[in-house]
Design a protein around this ligand. Structure first.
Ligand code: HEC
Length: 114
């Protein structure tokens, strides 16, 4: 019983040890643009980053997440600003740690060049 429990705990931990993409992606839930991704961006980012935003609050016109292809283009910058230990996007916070984990899983494990 004890060995099985520690194995389960070790598996549960792997997603937070972001040092290795393999550890992150092994057994990770499926996250795609259609399933979760677009909805998350709409809720958390598009008030400033959509091409149709009425007030971008200074978000650069080039950093827009209307399509999966645009997310692919900005993949590294999104990982750098919206995931990890000290995210800076959105500027006033908002997304839960779980959502930030899903964002990282989507971008690192599932997103492909369109
Ligand atoms: C309240 C408005 C607002 C929201 C919401 C917002 N951003 Fe931003 N974003 C900005 C502004 C302003 C900048 C430009 C200044 C800066 O880089 O800090 C920016 C810049 C960026 C950049 C470019 C940074 C770089 O160094 O090139 C990325 C990538 C980004 N945001 C991602 C996101 C993501 C992902 C979300 C949602 C999780 C998000 N932003 C939500 C306002 C916002």
């Amino acid at each position: 019983m004890i060995p099985l429990l520690s194995l389960l705990l070790a598996c549960g931990d792997s997603g937070e040890d972001s040092g290795s993409t393999d550890a992150l992606c092994q057994d990770a839930p499926v996250v795609t643009w259609e399933y979760w991704g677009q909805g998350f961006l709409t809720e958390s980012c598009q008030s400033c980053h959509a091409s149709t935003s009425a007030d971008r609050n200074g978000a650069p016109a080039s950093v827009t997440f209307d399509t999966e292809a645009q997310v692919w283009t900005h993949r590294d910058a999104i990982l750098a600003t919206a995931t990890g230990a000290e995210p800076t996007m959105p500027p006033r916070g908002g997304p839960s740690p779980d959502d930030r984990d899903l964002l990282e899983i989507w971008l690192r494990c599932w997103l492909e060049e369109p």
